[in-house]
Design a protein around this ligand. Structure first.
Ligand code: FE2
Ligand code: FE2
Length: 459
């Protein structure tokens, strides 16, 4: 591990104890162990902690908590939401830990009355056995970059680094280099790596370039379709990488908004579904980006068809589409439309299924963090995997609780999923409406699918 990384290494700590005095003492023990002040998240009951984890989607490396009387359901929710950190459960009966077996989480047990004397040893044990993930997300000097982004960049706008097994970051491609897809794949394969890094300080410059591309595309009359599409795709890809490591920074938000404006401009005043769906078959490269942009267009085409033609509606739907899958760490996860099917397929690990389940809420957090964005966007994003019959996720809402814009968004995704079965022929939308009318026959879905089928306006 190199010097810079060592000094920056940090751990996010979550503490839950009923008594404030115990909370303070445990906090102090943790700080003593790490020999520096730690800004821990502190709660006095498990339910508040669950609420916090659910709302923020934040992950912690070390979680020390008291479990005396809270229900097993709350405890399980807490472990699930807390992710893969190391848990220290301070309780009365060590058997409780066995009851939690089956989850892939590290849990150490300490008798509640011996917390202060046992905690240092326990933390030490977790550390030396490598079971406590060190979090240096916010502090790292490097930000992760997905390999498929590099060939799309043209001459590289910054030096690209790889992290070798010993933790060192070494430059592998220089600023100005033109990188080919095969070259990238060969390198990753030979070093058994999955991604590269940019220096954090170079990131603002790269986002600035994406912003300039988009501004240029938006100022062209008539619009240059190819250049604009490329600018939007590169904007989305870069925002996704930035969000994964640095959060949704104001610069990234600006790129998102410009990408959305450019998408709307590209579609023109009368977005037509059949034309948009043709593009679906010609997509290669980054699936998640292509899928997000396609979804925005399909949503607008549907909205146009039923008479929801205001620019604000287009903006909300396209922005929701841009954001909806942003937190997913790989493209395979974005291909999942049903959590049950994904789970049955056996193609996804427990962690991946958990990530899929959580991504709508995380994406909604991104929407919420944007300034001057209508709350509908957050709602669409949060509800994009709900289903009219309540079989969706994360909340299992039924059609009564799904908003009209979310319903339209859900139907748009369903159309995309359906269209994927039409590999080389034109998508037959009439048969789609026939096939799905019964499924969408409740609440606001019923109105929308009926209007779509019969070319009616819902104004
Ligand atoms: Fe999704
Ligand atoms: Fe999606």
């Amino acid at each position: 591990m190199n010097q810079a990384q060592n000094s920056e290494q940090n751990i996010d700590v979550l503490l839950v104890f009923t008594e404030m005095a115990v909370l303070d003492s445990v906090h102090k023990e943790v700080e003593d162990h790490f020999k520096r002040p730690i800004a821990a998240a502190r709660f006095q009951n498990l339910l508040d902690a669950v609420d916090h984890l659910e709302k923020t989607g934040k992950k912690y490396g070390l979680i020390v908590f008291e479990h005396r009387s809270s229900s097993l359901t709350i405890l399980r929710a807490f472990l699930e939401l807390g992710g893969n950190g190391a848990y220290v459960l301070c309780g009365l009966d060590p058997k409780i830990v066995q009851g939690l077996e089956g989850s892939d989480t590290t849990i150490e047990f300490i008798q509640a009355d011996a917390v202060l004397s046992e905690l240092p040893k326990t933390i030490n044990r977790l550390e030396v056995t490598g079971r406590m993930p060190m979090m240096h997300r916010e502090e790292s000097e490097y930000i992760l970059v997905r390999p498929d982004y590099l060939p799309s960049m043209g001459p590289l706008e910054a030096t690209v680094y790889a992290q070798l097994i010993d933790g060192h970051y070494v430059p592998v491609f220089n600023q100005g280099d033109l990188v080919e897809k095969q070259e990238v794949e060969k390198f990753l394969e030979s070093k058994k790596l999955t991604h590269f890094y940019f220096r954090r300080e170079d990131c603002a410059g790269i986002l600035g370039s994406r912003q300039k591309d988009l501004d240029r595309a938006l100022s062209k009359e008539p619009i240059d379709e190819k250049a604009t599409t490329k600018a939007i795709e590169r904007g989305h890809s870069m925002v996704r990488d930035v969000v994964a490591t640095m959060g949704f920074t104001p610069e990234a938000q600006k790129v998102a908004v410009s990408s959305v404006s450019a998408t709307i401009k590209l579609m023109g005043a009368k977005p037509k579904l059949s034309t948009i769906l043709v593009d679906l078959k010609n997509k290669d490269g980054n699936y998640l980006t292509a899928h997000s942009l396609m979804l925005g267009k399909v949503c607008c085409a549907l909205a146009f068809k039923i008479g929801w033609t205001s620019n604000t509606t287009y903006f909300k739907l396209t922005l929701a589409a841009f954001l909806h899958d942003l937190p997913l760490s790989n493209d395979k996860l974005a291909t999942v439309f049903s959590l049950d099917k994904a789970s049955e397929s056996g193609n996804f690990s427990t962690d991946e299924l958990k990530e899929i389940r959580m991504h709508s809420n995380k994406a909604a957090d991104h929407a919420r963090s944007m300034s001057e964005v209508p709350s509908d966007v957050e709602q669409i994003v949060a509800q994009h995997h709900e289903r009219p019959d309540g079989t969706g996720f994360p909340r299992g809402l039924n059609s009564k609780f799904i908003t009209p814009l979310s319903a339209l968004f859900i139907i748009a995704q369903d159309i995309i999923e359906y269209s994927q079965t039409f590999k080389n022929k034109e998508v037959d939308l009439a048969s789609y409406y026939d096939a799905r009318e019964a499924y969408f026959n409740s609440g606001v879905f019923k109105k929308i699918i009926h209007a779509l089928k019969h070319d009616l306006k819902i104004l």
